[in-house]
Design a protein around this ligand. Structure first.
Ligand SMILES: [Zn+2]
Length: 260
């Protein structure tokens, strides 16, 4: 089997979509062609990087697009460029290397742009899901007889209550003197996981503060959203993601954020 044919078959080879005969032929070629097996490793690495970066499965269509971009770039015809180069140099291997390097750069750019687009879309969708979940959890808590499972204004009662119920113990503060008395705590389900909600009050308003270990390392400044008449404030600090939600006005919510 020729290199060109093998490279066309690398994607389906990785995806296990070849016939037994084609598989054997490709495998045999890979066993003795360093260039093709290097390309196979590249394909694998791209797939892995995408999967790790996203933390969720890479859409099949994207993987296919990235691979075909890589493939196209790898097969880019050097002729148009070599035609522009003075005759004595045209056939030189250094020109060919230069073209191949350029092709590799193009391929890398294609991969990066595809990854960036996909990450942005997927982060946006994830963010939107979180907003919905947080808001739903807040409203659900208000519909129940009580928004709390452990009723106490004592941080030494509320904090230990979470231990053993969830793997991450949320921070509980006594903010009564600042006008945000602690009411208690509750477990809820947000973003596909069990999380702790610490409940504070401001006059007659209930404030749910959800916390869980952050997905990213750095701190993120508070961001306010208004959804269905509720204010949602989210930020990250010290490896923890926070979401505060209430029908409280944005100014008071920001004041609570500064105290937490
Ligand atoms: Zn080959």
């Amino acid at each position: 089997m020729q290199c060109e044919r093998v490279r066309e078959l690398l994607s389906p080879y990785l995806d296990g979509e070849l016939s037994a005969e084609e598989r054997r032929a490709v495998a045999a070629h890979l066993g003795e062609c360093r260039s093709c097996s290097a390309q196979l490793s590249d394909f694998r690495r791209v797939g892995q990087t995408l999967a790790e970066a996203g933390g969720e499965p890479v859409p099949k269509a994207l993987t296919a697009r990235v691979r075909s971009n890589l493939d196209r770039a790898a097969h880019a015809e050097p002729t148009p460029i070599s035609a522009l180069i003075p005759k004595p140099l045209a056939g030189a291997s250094s020109v060919r290397r230069g073209v191949l390097r350029q092709a590799a750069v193009i391929a890398a750019a294609c991969v990066l742009s595809a990854v960036a687009t996909w990450l942005a879309t997927s982060n946006l969708a994830q963010q939107h899901r979180l907003e919905q979940d947080v808001l739903a959890a807040h409203v659900r808590s208000l519909l129940q007889d009580s928004p709390i499972q452990v009723a106490s204004s004592d941080t030494h009662t509320v904090k230990p209550w979470f231990a053993g119920r969830i793997d991450f113990s949320p921070e509980v503060k006594d903010l009564a003197s600042e006008g945000f008395p602690l009411v208690g705590g509750r477990l809820d389900y947000v973003g596909g996981r069990r999380v702790g909600a610490v409940v504070y009050k401001r006059r007659l308003h209930v404030v749910n503060v959800f916390m869980w270990p952050s997905g990213s390392a750095g701190d993120v400044a508070p961001r306010l959203m208004t959804r269905n008449g509720y204010n949602l404030l989210t930020w990250s600090r010290g490896g923890v993601d926070y979401w505060a939600v209430s029908d409280l006005n944005a100014g008071d919510l920001a004041q609570l954020q500064a105290l937490l």
